[in-house]
Design a binder for this molecule. Structure first.
Ligand SMILES: Cc1cc2nc3c(=O)[nH]c(=O)nc-3n(C[C@H](O)[C@H](O)[C@H](O)COP(=O)(O)OP(=O)(O)OC[C@H]3O[C@@H](n4cnc5c(N)ncnc54)[C@H](O)[C@@H]3O)c2cc1C
Length: 385
């Protein structure tokens, strides 16, 4: 068992990479710390996929249910600024797709089960210069050799810690709250995002289900706003503000999940045979639902470079293959991360002048078609390097 690529972490990104490489006859092995069968979890978390990520999944034959978003309406809850995006503006069928996190993860895992070692972790690894591979020590004391280690083990990546790579981390002092709901918003292909003092509130359609649930909510709130309340009380006290803004009733259906928000980014994604991909390399504020999309764009670039190298049938320089991946992805990810931070700070400010500027800014961009098209194309994954 000496796979060409050993993948640390069998989440969505790790399983996607394994499946794509094996479809191209490149052997992989996933090392996943959790068990193969997990207790059934309530379907609460959702993911917003851009058209490019959805295409990558379609190409692998992943068949799950999606809700289609054709319009996104963004507005400032405290002012008059608004901006609307529609799929017609980029002559596309949809702007994005919503799926359940569990549906996508379990569908991808199903195909890769026999290529996964569960309840296992990488304990250590060292470069073997004599044959240009890497010796990997697993938690069961087993040793394997691989050409590459793909670090797909999420935001506290174990393999990043074992390497000398150092992350730059910052905290937002915010919590992301998410739940599903029944809501009487008329148009089931529209998403809404409200920036307000009570947080950044996004409401998006859900894929069809037997329970006839209609929407998923992702709501980021400053810690100082929640102080003294538990999350459920905070949601119950403040949801009516958004019901008024949307002119709709929102009936909470699921349990309420919450996550502390922070971001991180590595200055380098590669070290020897190791390469960081997806949340292992970077994490981002969920306000634009871009986290997994950046991960899919990373995974796509990594797979393309590896497949190209192996299909060329000539000796290739391993470091150059990984360097190409890093060049393609690092600056794009950093740009998205910095843009999200800019929006978080802009809408957090109570300063009257900044509020005025952001209202004028939003409405001006709304009237400027080429800037809007740039934003939409960027978010849809169409601006690929
Ligand atoms: C509230 C919220 C809402 C979000 N909404 C969106 C959205 O709408 N759209 C979007 O694009 N993104 C969204 N995201 C971000 C998205 O969920 C992540 O970007 C994505 O899940 C990252 O996938 P991943 O496979 O890289 O990492 P993970 O999902 O973290 O998977 C890591 C895997 O590695 C395993 N692992 C961990 N440590 C080890 C170890 N030591 N050894 C072996 N295995 C290990 C874990 O068990 C797991 O299986 C959201 C995030 C939050 C918090």
């Amino acid at each position: 068992m000496n796979p060409i690529v050993t993948i640390s972490g069998g989440g969505i990104i790790g399983n996607y990479i394994s499946s794509r490489l094996n479809n191209n006859n490149i052997e992989s092995l996933i090392i996943e710390k959790s068990a193969s069968i997990l207790p059934a979890a309530e379907n609460i978390r959702t993911l917003t996929l851009n058209p490019y990520s959805k295409k990558l999944l379609d190409d692998l034959g992943i068949d799950i249910k999606y809700a289609e978003i054709k319009k996104i309406n963004v507005f400032d809850g405290e002012g008059s600024g608004r901006i609307d995006f529609s799929s017609e503006e980029i002559r596309s069928d949809n702007l994005s797709y919503v799926c359940y996190f569990n549906d996508l993860q379990s569908e991808l895992k199903k195909g890769e089960k026999e290529r996964t070692l569960f309840k296992t972790e990488i304990k250590n690894f060292k470069e073997n210069d004599s044959n240009n591979t890497c010796n990997i020590l697993l938690s069961g004391s087993e040793e394997i050799n691989s050409q590459f280690i793909a670090g797909c083990d999420g935001r506290n990546s174990n393999v990043a810690k074992l390497s000398l790579l150092k992350p730059i981390t910052s905290v937002y002092e915010q919590t992301a709250i998410t739940f599903t709901a029944k809501c009487n918003l008329g148009d089931l292909n529209s998403a809404y995002q409200i920036f307000s003092e009570r947080g950044i509130f996004a409401i998006m359609p859900l894929p069809p289900s037997s329970e006839e649930l209609t929407h998923t909510i992702v709501w980021s709130v400053d810690h100082k706003r929640i102080k003294g309340n538990n999350i459920e009380d905070f949601v119950k006290k403040n949801i009516s503000y958004f019901e008024r803004k949307l002119n709709a009733e929102i009936n909470i259906h699921s349990n309420i999940l919450s996550f502390n928000l922070s971001n991180h980014h590595f200055e380098n994604y590669i070290s020897g045979s190791l390469v960081l991909i997806g949340d292992a390399a970077h994490s981002i504020h969920p306000l634009a639902g871009q986290g997994i999309n950046l991960g899919f764009a990373d995974a796509d670039a990594f797979c393309e470079e590896i497949i190209k190298a192996y299909q060329s049938k000539i000796n290739f320089d391993k470091n150059l293959v990984l360097k190409k991946y890093e060049i393609r992805r690092k600056d794009m990810n950093l740009l998205m991360l910095k843009s999200m931070d800019f929006f978080v700070d802009l809408f957090r400010s109570d300063n009257l002048y900044i509020r005025l500027l952001r209202n004028i800014g939003l409405s001006s961009v709304n009237k400027t078609n080429f800037i809007k098209r740039f934003f939409i194309n960027h978010a849809s994954g169409n601006n690929k390097i």
